[in-house]
Design a protein around this ligand. Structure first.
Ligand code: FES
Length: 251
């Protein structure tokens, strides 16, 4: 884990309220599923760093995909190339890389796209199911549809792109003929994660979920990101954000 001053290379809107930020960075290593805590200004506003899943890191360039949801991310969206942000990371535990013979399915919904896309681009195999509200909420379409070795299925709430369906419902169809061993990776809204976990479990597939929680410190000291698991309360930032779905006590 490093706390780095990173110069922004680009920070562009890629769909409604969603930005792709690229910054020069110097990580020694990282894993898909890890995240960073971004400090946007030296001033007290916004006060806390923002947790953002890593979309990609290669050739000393960090990519973050983020949605404007409040003052912090709005401030970040106004940053221009050449400006500096402070990036603490990589943080947390990433996804388990599947064995060569494991069948892989990914499920991403809403703001859960970055870690899943990072993993799909890294593994380069499997079926990627993405759920969005509507076409204008769907970022990086061309990039997603051209990932080598990965078949992409997009669904929307209104049918403006792909079938009108929920990502977890499509999962049931995708894995009905799947063979074991297999693994499902998911990130997105809690209801989607819970349904994905139950469907995977019923089929006998392993399932890892990346949880999203409000975070203050990002490295385990404030206990502000607790999730209930079968091994007791755990910190999303430290023991997660990736957990075995079977370990989570779903509400
Ligand atoms: S954010 Fe502080 S312990 Fe997780």
């Amino acid at each position: 884990m490093k706390d780095l001053e990173c110069q922004i290379v680009s920070n562009q809107m890629v769909c409604e309220d969603t930005y792709l930020l690229q910054a020069c960075c110097d990580f020694e290593s990282w894993k898909p599923g890890q995240f960073v805590m971004v400090r946007i200004n030296d001033s007290f506003e916004p006060f806390l760093r923002r947790p953002l899943g890593i979309l990609a890191y290669h050739e000393s360039k960090l990519e973050l995909l983020y949605k404007v949801v409040g003052d912090g991310t709005r401030c970040l969206s106004l940053k221009k190339p050449g400006e500096i942000i402070a990036v603490l990371g990589p943080l947390g535990n990433g996804f388990r890389i599947p064995a060569g013979d494991e069948q892989v399915t990914y499920v991403a919904g809403g703001a859960g796209l970055p870690p899943i896309l990072a993993l799909a681009e890294h593994i380069k195999k499997g079926t990627l199911i993405i759920g969005a509200r509507t076409r204008s909420n769907m970022p990086l379409l061309t990039r997603i549809q051209s990932i080598t070795g990965v078949e992409t299925l997009i669904v929307t709430d209104d049918g403006s792109i792909g079938p009108k369906a929920l990502a977890a419902d499509i999962l049931e169809e995708v894995i009905q003929d799947s063979h074991l061993p297999g693994i499902v990776y998911a990130c997105g809204p809690p209801a989607m994660l819970k349904k994905t976990a139950l469907i995977s479990q019923a089929k006998g597939l392993a399932c890892q979920v990346s949880l999203e929680e409000r975070m203050a410190c990002g490295f385990g000291v404030c206990t502000g990101c607790i999730v209930a698991t079968k091994s007791g309360n755990q910190r999303v930032c430290r023991e997660g954000p990736v957990f075995e779905a079977a370990q989570i006590r779903w509400s």
